[in-house]
Design a protein around this ligand. Structure first.
Ligand SMILES: Cc1cc2nc3c(=O)[nH]c(=O)nc-3n(C[C@H](O)[C@H](O)[C@H](O)COP(=O)(O)OP(=O)(O)OC[C@H]3O[C@@H](n4cnc5c(N)ncnc54)[C@H](O)[C@@H]3O)c2cc1C
Length: 474
């Protein structure tokens, strides 16, 4: 008998699951894996959300593999969960109703590069670092850079961004077209290589951020950029976090086309210095990057330096040396791990918050958040893509310490309420998954959730695609 877990979550009948796994075994042989270790690796592993492993994992190598897995799962009413590199932070890859995980890492080919049109066509398992390695000799790069070396299929499905989003946008602005396997195994083509289109409903952006709940992406067409003539990175220290945020707000409002502007509060700088062997000044800090011609970069950094001086900015060091820039940004990308290293221990977990507010409210939101951490006696370094009004608190809590966990939960609720009250969102780039479902109604209202449920029913009538994610149970 199928087990109803909630209004949008049903565990399939054991016999139906067995039939599906037998059919998959016949089709995929040893590319179907049911060992406990491999199933656990394909559950959520990045934060303190409980891991919920799938019943089986299929290693896909081509689009036909995805189509056949979907058809077999649809026939038996078994959930199917796409897996990129498993770095998502809100339980997106968990299998609360069991089912089959499709691991897409072997679908990692770059199919076409159209340098003259600044786009390329790739398989979903290509990771951001592998893509840029592939493109380097052609003078091209793909700018979206989440801290983890994630897959482009996963980044598209979480509407990811990163340190370059302030200049180049998020995945939303950089995906031109998708091929998506739908519930009956047929393929939807959502767009073309045209840079813009008004051809019908915008299906491409419906699947960007859908977290694998509406279909499985089997191919992507994405925008590329030319590698800038001059790239300069800079670090600027501030007396206060409010000063650093004010400088960011003015830089954005005055239109300095910064490529990257990242905030680290003093605690985060300490963690990065210790983990990445740096010696940055342990005060609130902005890490910046400027792109353009030599003249443009010099002008941008001079304009920023003037603004910083008005906002209590001190030391301003900059470099165009690639090795120095790489070291600085690797440290930034390792911020999450540097926090984990502060309080090692099996029961100590990290959870990354992800609010994003209108730029003018950034300073208020960050400083009120720091005050709340002090009031609740919680350790949580802050780092953020502040040019977008987006910042992360990497909250460290001992999951066995009930009092600390309760203070942690209270802190996260208050932070989301604060951001939403300022016209912002509970998630700037990490997505909803399981962890943020409870905030969606307050943010968008019941009508929006009804519209999302209607879309889900229309595109996934059997509710097999990553069930139990994004839209909370009615
Ligand atoms: C240290 C660290 C730093 C991070 N920094 C950032 C950051 O700066 N910015 C940011 O945005 N995120 C960041 N993240 C979160 C994470 O990297 C992103 O959410 C990323 O987009 C996930 O990609 P993935 O390939 O790991 O996807 P997975 O975690 O494997 O999957 C994510 C979701 O996408 C779905 N999915 C995967 N592939 C497909 C497909 N082909 N078709 C349909 N659905 C699919 C899955 O079912 C799941 O719902 C960070 C994570 C870590 C651990």
């Amino acid at each position: 008998m199928a087990t109803t877990i909630s209004s949008n979550l049903t565990r399939p009948e054991p016999q139906a699951l067995k039939s599906a796994i037998d059919a998959l075994a016949a089709r995929f042989g040893n590319r179907l894996v049911t060992s406990q270790a491999v199933r656990e690796q394909h559950a959520h592993t990045t934060t303190w959300l409980a891991a919920q492993p799938p019943d089986a994992v299929v290693m896909a190598q081509e689009t036909a593999d995805i189509q056949d897995v979907v058809r077999i799962c649809a026939r038996h009413g078994v959930p199917v969960i796409a897996f990129g590199t498993g770095t998502s932070l809100e339980g997106q890859v968990n299998a609360p109703a069991g089912g089959v995980c499709i691991d897409l890492r072997d679908m990692n080919k770059v199919l076409e590069v159209h340098a003259e049109d600044l786009d390329c066509v790739i398989q979903p398992g290509v990771t951001r670092k592998a893509l840029n390695e592939y493109l380097r000799d052609q003078g091209l790069f793909f700018p979206i850079d989440p801290g983890a070396d994630a897959s482009l299929g996963g980044m598209t499905s979480t509407r990811a961004s990163g340190t370059n989003a302030v200049r180049y946008g998020t995945m939303r602005e950089n995906v031109l077209a998708l091929k998506v396997v739908r519930g009956d195994g047929e393929i939807i083509t959502t767009g073309t290589r045209a840079k813009k289109s008004s051809a019908g409903y915008d299906l491409t952006h419906l699947f960007v951020g859908a977290e694998g709940t509406l279909g499985i992406i089997s191919e992507l067409t994405i925008r590329l950029r030319g590698i800038p003539d001059t790239i300069a990175a800079a670090a600027c220290s501030f007396e206060t976090v409010r000063g650093a945020c004010q400088a960011t707000i003015l830089a954005i409002q005055t239109g300095i086309p910064v490529a990257r502007i990242e905030l680290l509060n003093a605690e985060q700088v300490k963690a990065c210095n210790s983990y990445s062997k740096l010696s940055l000044p342990e005060t609130p800090l902005l890490l910046l990057e400027f792109h353009g011609s030599e003249v443009e970069v010099a002008e941008q950094s001079k304009n920023f330096r003037d603004i910083a001086a008005e906002c209590g900015g001190g030391d301003f060091s900059w470099t165009t040396k690639p090795e120095d820039r790489t070291k600085l940004w690797q440290a930034r990308h390792d911020a999450y791990w540097s926090v984990k290293a502060i309080r090692p221990g099996a029961s100590v977990g990290v959870v990354a918050t992800d609010v994003c507010v209108p730029i003018s409210r950034l300073a208020d939101c960050v400083t009120e958040t720091e005050d709340d951490l002090k009031r609740l006696n919680l350790l949580s370094p802050i780092v953020g893509h502040v040019g977008d009004g987006n910042f992360h608190c990497s909250l460290l809590c001992d999951v066995e310490d009930k009092d600390e966990m309760a203070r942690g939960e209270e802190f996260m609720h208050r932070l989301v309420e604060r951001a939403q009250a300022m016209g912002g969102t509970c998630t700037g780039e990490h997505g909803i998954g399981q962890g943020k479902q409870k905030y969606l109604k307050a943010e968008l209202g019941p009508e929006a959730l009804d519209a999302m449920r209607a879309l889900k029913r229309a595109l996934d009538p059997q509710n097999i695609f990553n069930p139990g994610k994004i839209v909370p149970a009615a």
